[in-house]
Design a protein around this ligand. Structure first.
Ligand SMILES: Cc1cc2nc3c(=O)[nH]c(=O)nc-3n(C[C@H](O)[C@H](O)[C@H](O)COP(=O)(O)OP(=O)(O)OC[C@H]3O[C@@H](n4cnc5c(N)ncnc54)[C@H](O)[C@@H]3O)c2cc1C
Length: 499
């Protein structure tokens, strides 16, 4: 079946869903829900998957974009969680999304903030991480082992580092996503290719073991979606649909630095947070030249907002950690944007920074399966566990999960002769996108052209300018960039809708 998502397909499939009874209704189209839709559809089940807003509207687009082997969990003795991460990282790198996930080097500068003993402990952790890599059968050629660098080599990878007291750096490798929202789009389209009805702008108002009352957010109309099993994959909002689920959200903020702010930075960096033994800030250079700096971990109470705000104190705190290692200080004015996401952690006693990143699959008294916690890296495993639970609790006619072996849309052979940026974002579809880009080459921002926006409307389910600027592209992370791109984006939408 075709993987393309667009307004026409949405309208048709919404009508069909209102008339049928599906095997599985998945609520929420972040990485976890999109993963569950793919898992269930590829087992031969009929699936409807809905989101109140858009693909990747929630936490999945606010991550650090790392596909990681779980070093932090190792440090806490959670070897099983770390191993699961390492296995899932290997699956993404080797089989399901090699176009979207690449190995990337990260450096921990050895400054006076890190004692020799701490450095030795970190290196031991890196070596253990490398053992897990091997156990997860990810070859060294895809993910090189850790190394110690002298100060001169550290400066080559990060010329911005202050030379004062720099003893060198510890180098490690991990997976990096070209963009988290693109991963979700690829999963959702692959689910659609397996027959799942993927419907954005459809809000679940109430869930039961028989389905959901759903509101079409484009028309305000309510409909009943009948289903044999219901999976609640609404992340940090899961408790609003199932009161038995208790979450303790934790906010993580990232800064967005403009291209050129940290010149010559090749490697990512782990920076020790003063006063914390096992927490590091991350400096994450992106393909588009921007650099993200994260990440805080602060418990949040009260109602969960649609789009969390990055508070000024988080911005200042991150800048302080960053400036602690730089030769030339980054000023507040140089921070072009900031974003925050809420981790959907299960409620438990203790600091949110210490709460387990393990995922949980819960079957509530009402018969709804809820899947929460975990991380982007392990979305596939979370989805598999949730669908297993739905299948067993409702006796659905389905075999075992097949998603370990299903390449996501774009994972095939990359065409030659296309710009590297397109190849990285679109993989095997880059040739078709390139043709559109050649026909509509006007730039909208960050090197992205009108042709790419048109592709997103025709194939990636983008319905409005927010979908295009904030999720299919990340132009919207910096307000001025967004404002500059808005008129052209609206124009593209108008032209594409009337084409
Ligand atoms: C700051 C930060 C950094 C992180 N960095 C990393 C990282 O580098 N690597 C990693 O592996 N993990 C990372 N994580 C964790 C990871 O991002 C999350 O665990 C993951 O994205 C959660 O995905 P999800 O699909 O479960 O939830 P979400 O992405 O939040 O999806 C839930 C969806 O449900 C929808 N929804 C809500 N209510 C309704 C309703 N009533 N009806 C219909 N739809 C509804 C929302 O619109 C949303 O799209 C990070 C998390 C944070 C906060």
């Amino acid at each position: 079946m075709d993987s393309s998502l667009n307004a026409r397909r949405r309208a048709r499939e919404l009508r069909e869903v209102a008339e049928e009874r599906v095997d599985v209704l998945v609520v929420g189209l972040g990485a976890t829900g999109a993963g569950a839709a793919l898992d269930a559809a590829s087992r031969g089940l009929s699936v409807a998957a809905i989101d109140a807003h858009d693909l990747a509207f929630g936490t999945s687009r606010w991550s650090s974009k790392m596909i990681h082997g779980g070093l932090r969990y190792l440090a806490k003795g959670q070897v099983d969680v770390a191993y699961e991460s390492a296995v899932e990282r290997g699956i993404l790198l080797r089989r399901t999304a090699p176009h979207l996930v690449r190995a990337h080097p990260y450096m921990l500068p050895l400054t006076s903030a890190l004692s020799r003993r701490q450095a030795a402990l970190v290196m031991a952790g890196y070596r253990l991480g490398d053992v897990l890599r091997a156990a997860a059968r990810t070859p060294r050629r895809l993910l090189p082992g850790p190394a110690r660098l002298n100060a001169a080599r550290a400066h080559t990878l990060a010329p911005v580092l202050s030379g004062d007291g720099l003893r060198g750096a510890l180098l490690s490798w991990d997976g990096r996503l070209v963009d988290d929202a693109r991963l979700v789009v690829a999963i959702a389209r692959t689910a659609a290719a397996h027959g799942a009805r993927v419907l954005t702008r459809c809000r679940a108002l109430r869930l039961s073991d028989q389905g959901a009352t759903v509101r079409d957010e484009l028309t305000g109309e309510e409909l009943t979606v009948r289903a044999r099993a219901v999976i609640n994959a609404t992340g940090v909002w899961a408790g609003s649909l199932d009161p038995e689920v208790r979450l303790r959200p934790s906010r993580g903020t990232h800064l967005v630095l403009r291209p050129g702010t940290l010149p010559g930075l090749i490697a990512g960096m782990h920076l020790p947070i003063p006063g914390e033994s096992n927490r590091f800030a991350l400096v994450l250079p992106q393909r588009d030249g921007r650099v993200y700096v994260g990440l805080t971990d602060e418990p949040v109470d009260g109602p969960v907002p649609d789009v969390p705000e990055a508070p000024e104190e988080d911005v200042r705190a991150l800048l302080d950690v960053l400036n602690g290692v730089l030769e030339t200080q980054v000023t507040r004015e140089a921070v072009a944007g900031a974003y925050a996401g809420l981790r959907p952690l299960l409620a438990a006693d203790g600091r949110t920074a210490d709460l387990s990143r393990r995922h949980a699959v819960l079957l509530s008294g009402g018969g709804v399966v809820t899947v929460v916690g975990g991380k982007l890296t392990t979305y596939r495993r979370m989805a598999e566990d949730a669908v297993d639970r739905a299948v067993s609790s409702r006796n659905l006619p389905a075999g075992r999960s097949r998603t370990r072996k299903i390449p996501l849309v774009g994972a095939g052979t990359q065409p030659s002769g296309v710009p590297a940026r397109l190849a990285e974002r679109y993989g095997s579809e880059a040739g078709a996108v390139h043709e559109l880009v050649k026909a509509y080459p006007e730039e909208v921002g960050l090197g992205i052209t009108e042709g790419e926006l048109m592709w997103s409307v025709a194939h990636e389910g983008a319905l409005d300018e927010g979908d295009l600027l904030d999720r299919r592209t990340r132009i919207g992370l910096v307000r001025e960039d967004r404002d500059r791109a808005l008129a052209t984006t609206r124009d593209v939408l108008d032209r594409t809708r009337h084409a």
